[in-house]
Design a protein around this ligand. Structure first.
Ligand code: MG
Length: 471
């Protein structure tokens, strides 16, 4: 569609097809146009002209009117009815004595006419002006096409934007319905940094759902943009703020169970905080029911169901724990093993139910004596009890053992079949050591067991102490 050439001084240099049945005419015109640097093609009849125009459309056609077989009018009509050639400007050339119908020529689509004999300047001027018009037309067409392309692009952009807006609107609606319907607290917070040091000083609420807002006793919209997070979280647990800073600064995911007095009730919450931009998102789930059950189950797993003191399993765990603690601090660790005297005879005489009641009473008396929070009383098995006394020298263990022996005796629980008293009594074996590589917790147990054996051997209702030296 573009012109083949455009000269440096903007004279139009195009390709021209000359159609004339007279070879002499063709020659004259061709020579003249070639002299002006036009690209020239020649055709001696209408048929050839149509084929040439179709296969390689020129920028302009000079068309003779009178030709045998097919005259210029017919050639012009065919050119104008073919989409490939319809835009090519046609200038008729006619001899003065030709019967030339100018009206008809314009009607069928010619743009101009030249009469023979012609003047060179006139021909060139007319060709030049037609090519100029043609160029302008093509430029306009191109502009129009570009405009159309821009319009199409704009329409597409508008369509895409509308689509994106619809999706955005839908996802906002979805997010807001999730936030509002969620039984979990959900919030997004943004770091508030010190402008000089860049350290995080607080977090600003960006998104808060109704459940989260309840913690603050405010409506969600009243929390947005507020700086109340640090003050609030410090009341719950002063360590927490640092954890949230780590979420943002180190990208660590925070998972934590926290205890919190919510609406005057002791509640447990599970927090999950994940880095989100220069801040974090958080979900807060009320796990009070599960946590309470878990704590109860944990307690059940460590407590002896009959006597309500710790069971054997937690004794083993606790002894190992205290062993390594005293090993680190090089403090003495004492252990007391106690046995109810002649308990088999008690059971045989009073029955198992009474035996159980007796053990409950004994355990509860011992529990009142073992008072320090680090001291640990457990039912070791049957009628045997064990007491772990960390950071306790032999003298201290002896005080505790003596107190137990006396309090049990003073409880006056009748035991008709006992061979040492008319009441329930206990024998106690004590052992103390400072944990070292030479010993294991088992050695402490064996030593206490030997002491208990000694106490029984010494007539029961008695106590005996062993001290294991550290080397
Ligand atoms: Mg002719």
């Amino acid at each position: 569609m573009t012109l083949n050439y455009l000269s440096a001084n903007h004279n139009l240099i195009g390709s021209i097809l000359i159609v004339d049945d007279q070879p002499a005419n063709l020659r004259v015109l061709a020579t003249m146009l070639k002299g002006k640097n036009y690209k020239v093609k020649k055709a001696q009849d209408g048929e050839t002209a149509l084929m040439a125009a179709q296969s390689n459309p020129p920028d302009l056609i000079l068309l003779d009117v009178l030709m045998p077989k097919m005259d210029g009018y017919e050639v012009c009509q065919k050119l104008k009815s073919n989409p490939v050639t319809e835009q090519i400007p046609v200038i008729f050339i006619s001899a003065l004595n030709d019967v030339f119908d100018k009206i008809k020529a314009f009607e069928i689509g010619a743009v101009d006419y030249i009469t023979k004999p012609f003047q060179e300047e006139e021909v060139l001027a007319r060709i030049n002006s037609q090519l100029t018009i043609q160029t302008q037309r093509k430029l306009l067409e191109k502009d129009r096409e570009l405009l159309q392309l821009k319009q199409d692009k704009l329409k597409e952009e508008i369509r895409q934007r509308k689509e994106a807006e619809a999706i955005l609107y839908q996802s906002r609606a979805l997010i807001s319905s999730i936030l509002n319907a969620s039984l979990d607290g959900i919030a997004a917070l943004q770091s508030v940094r010190n402008p000089k040091t860049g350290t995080i000083e607080d977090f600003r609420c960006i998104v808060v759902n109704p459940i989260t807002a309840q913690f603050f006793k405010l409506a969600p919209e009243d929390l947005t943009g507020k700086l109340i997070f640090k003050r609030f979280i410090n009341k719950v647990n002063p360590d927490l703020f640092g954890y949230f800073v780590d979420v943002v600064e180190k990208g660590k995911i925070l998972r934590k169970d926290i205890k919190y007095l919510h609406k005057k009730k002791k509640k447990w919450f599970h927090l999950i905080a994940v880095k989100l931009g220069d801040g974090f998102s958080i979900t807060i789930r009320d796990i009070t029911t599960r946590k309470n059950l878990e704590l109860k189950l944990n307690k059940m797993a460590t407590i002896d169901s009959l006597t309500k003191v710790y069971n054997r399993q937690s004794f083993d765990f606790h002894l190992a724990h205290e062993w390594s603690r005293c090993d680190r601090t090089q403090e003495p660790l004492s252990l007391i093993l106690c046995d109810v005297d002649y308990f088999k005879l008690y059971n045989d005489f009073y029955g198992h139910q009474a035996g159980d009641n007796c053990l409950q009473k004994v355990a509860s008396i011992m529990d009142t004596i073992v008072k320090r929070s680090s001291d640990f009383l457990a039912r070791y098995g049957g009628e045997e009890f064990a007491i772990i006394l960390p950071n306790t020298p032999p003298e201290g263990a002896l005080v505790v053992a003596n107190a137990i022996k006396e309090e049990i005796e003073n409880a006056n629980i009748p035991h008709e079949k006992s061979k040492v008293s008319q009441y329930i009594t206990m024998s106690l074996g004590i052992s103390t050591l400072i944990p070292s590589v030479n010993y294991s917790p088992d050695d402490l147990l064996k030593s206490a067991d030997n002491a208990l054996y000694q106490a029984k051997n010494n007539g029961r209702n008695n106590l005996f102490a062993n001290v294991l030296e550290s080397d």
